[in-house]
Design a binder for this molecule. Structure first.
Ligand code: VGL
Ligand code: ZN
Length: 201
């Protein structure tokens, strides 16, 4: 059991990020048993859920002529365009049915602003609009977090780097995360995480 000031954040273990889903991450389903077991080691477990309105601005389908996985400039910076995924209330947005959800004290939903994507569990992609997770953790005296889930190179990495920036001690369980790996994005994400002081194990 980890000390009470150390929380587990399980990132986006949802149907659309697993094989058969609309933005499937290879092996995304294989990490579920390990994450379920890991929950028993933490007094505080937080789940995140990518939760987009239909027609979200991060969907390629919202930009005529744009291909999925292309990159465009948005007012808040560069944005990769994705296949439609994790639409609020859809089966794809649901947690994997085998993921344990009972131990979770909090479910953070993100990416709800139609005009703004949100990879991180802490801030939307403008890097300043908070989700409230920082306040939740700090008000409970949490000073360390372990992250696992999907995808290593997007939502897990952005969450880990923000957590480090907010002064938390951060560990990423690479063995319990899986990557999209677009054009070397996994290697870049691991370098960025390590440079931010995140322990990637
Ligand atoms: C994610 C792309 C788009 C993720 C979410 O969970 O890593 N990636 N939305
Ligand atoms: Zn998304």
């Amino acid at each position: 059991m980890n000390p009470a000031n150390h929380a587990l954040i399980v990132v986006d273990v949802q149907n659309d990020f697993c094989p058969g889903g609309r933005l499937a991450v290879a092996g995304g389903d294989a990490i579920v048993p390990g994450i379920n077991a890991l929950m028993d080691d933490f007094a505080t477990v937080v789940l995140t859920q990518d939760w987009h309105p239909a027609g979200h601005s991060s969907f390629a389908s919202s930009h005529p002529g744009a291909a999925p996985f292309s990159v465009i400039d948005m007012p808040y910076g560069r944005q990769t365009l994705w296949p439609d995924h994790c639409v609020q209330g859809s089966d794809g947005a649901a947690f994997r049915p085998d993921l344990r959800t009972d131990p979770a004290a909090l479910v953070i939903r993100k990416g709800m602003n139609p005009a703004l994507d949100s990879y991180s569990a802490f801030f939307e992609n403008d890097r300043v609009t908070p989700t409230g997770l920082d306040g939740f953790l700090k008000s409970r005296g949490i000073t360390a977090v372990t992250l696992a889930g999907l995808a290593t190179d997007f939502c897990v990495a952005f969450s880990a780097i923000d957590a480090a920036r907010l002064g938390l001690a951060v560990t990423v369980r690479g063995d319990l995360s899986r990557a999209i790996d677009l054009d070397g994005s996994l290697g870049a994400a691991i370098s960025h995480m390590r440079a931010a002081g995140v322990s990637v194990v």
